[in-house]
Design a protein around this ligand. Structure first.
Ligand code: SF4
Ligand code: SF4
Length: 358
């Protein structure tokens, strides 16, 4: 198998300490030891050593959400994202991807998205090319949580922001997740950079997209001239500039930290500052840098029950700390926490939270 020395070193650096065992959201949801960082590394190392076939580890690679919770807990700085992505690329190049992944890629080729979904008329009605900033909602929000797009744009309008919102929403994130850093992913990124570069500023709604724009685009030398700002940071700036007139009440809110904000973007504060602008922040278990996953839209296409259990586990973390109003900062977690919301609890996106305090 053709993986980099860096990926091999990461695999070999594991000390078998098992500190990562309890943090893998997928392992916790399935109860299977194979769904841990250590076991995934062991599986790939067997392939590298020629003890097993590449095709044998395919399912295990697609069962990793790339959330990085294990990395955060690993004394060696172990980062499975590196070898999982490289192994996915090897599977693609060798024609060895599982049929359920092939089906998603075929939908991508046919429809431009892995869900095989059409943009709703309600969302299309929001398209506009001109604006002071570009609002990048991202494919997941547009197709799987379209209500959030309307609410986010309505909030920006209340702040007097003229936001462009166009049909191009694909940063290449889904291709990267399914195939790794392939040439196809890079081409999708180059095409999207051309869209971004028509604007001076882009407000990025989905932190998974923002992390890709800031990290992988840079790694590939793809120039982004637009200033990129996260949705959370942009909302904070609007509140500070008194363009968004929110009122502070006595509601207690709990942030569901998204892993891309918390770990890839090193931002565990902006969501909490937004909460503190309108209420009181109460943390649940596994928050901040320890953020635990609460949903994943692409994985739910091929392992829906597991992803539902991931969200239910997250609710258990919230309920154990008496957290009843959970605030999400990513469309995937909004969708799955809503779907699994227990009686007496509620889920709000950050924009919904601000709107209920205006
Ligand atoms: S925490 Fe790191 S070193 Fe320990 S078992 Fe997990 S991956 Fe290996
Ligand atoms: S990146 Fe996340 S899903 Fe993958 S092994 Fe680590 S904790 Fe588990």
């Amino acid at each position: 198998m053709n993986i980099t020395e860096n990926a091999k070193n990461i695999i070999d650096n594991c000390r078998f300490c098992w500190m990562c065992r309890h943090v893998c959201p997928i392992g916790n949801a399935t109860g299977q030891e194979r769904n841990t960082a250590r076991a995934r590394a062991f599986a790939v190392s067997m392939v590298v050593r020629g003890s097993t076939e590449l095709s044998e580890v395919a399912d295990n690679m697609y069962e990793c959400s790339l959330c990085g919770a294990c990395t955060n807990n690993c004394m060696t700085g172990f980062d499975p994202k590196v070898f999982v992505e490289e192994t996915k690329t090897e599977l693609v190049l060798g024609g060895l991807i599982p049929d359920y992944i092939r089906a998603l890629l075929e939908k991508y080729m046919a429809c431009g998205n892995v869900y095989g979904a059409e943009v709703s008329d309600e969302v299309k009605a929001l398209y506009r090319e001109d604006g002071d900033v570009l609002f990048l909602a991202g494919t997941d929000a547009v197709l799987k949580a379209p209500e959030t797009v309307g609410v986010a744009l309505a909030l920006l309008e209340k702040a007097g922001v003229k936001a462009a919102f166009t049909k191009e929403q694909d940063t290449g994130y889904a291709l990267k997740f399914l195939t790794g850093k392939t040439e196809e992913t890079r081409k999708a990124a180059i095409a999207f950079a051309a869209v971004l570069n028509k604007y001076k500023t882009a407000v990025v709604y989905d932190p998974a997209d923002l992390a890709m724009l800031l990290h992988e685009y840079k790694e590939w030398g793809i120039e982004i001239k637009a200033e990129l700002i996260s949705f959370n940071e942009y909302l904070l700036s609007l509140i500070e500039d008194k363009k968004l007139a929110v009122k502070k009440g006595d509601t207690v809110y709990t942030l569901q930290d998204h892993f891309a904000y918390a770990r890839e973007l090193d931002d565990t504060e902006s969501g909490r500052k937004l909460i503190e602008a309108v209420g009181t922040s109460r943390d649940m278990l596994l928050c901040g840098k320890e953020a635990n996953l609460a949903g994943h839209l692409i994985m739910a296409e091929y392992m829906p029950e597991v992803i539902k259990n991931v969200a239910l586990d997250r609710w258990q973390n919230a309920i154990n700390m008496d957290c009843k109003t959970v605030v999400t900062e990513n469309p995937a977690e909004y969708v799955f926490l809503k779907e699994t919301c227990p009686d007496g609890c509620r889920v709000l996106s950050v924009e919904e939270m601000l709107l209920e305090n205006m």
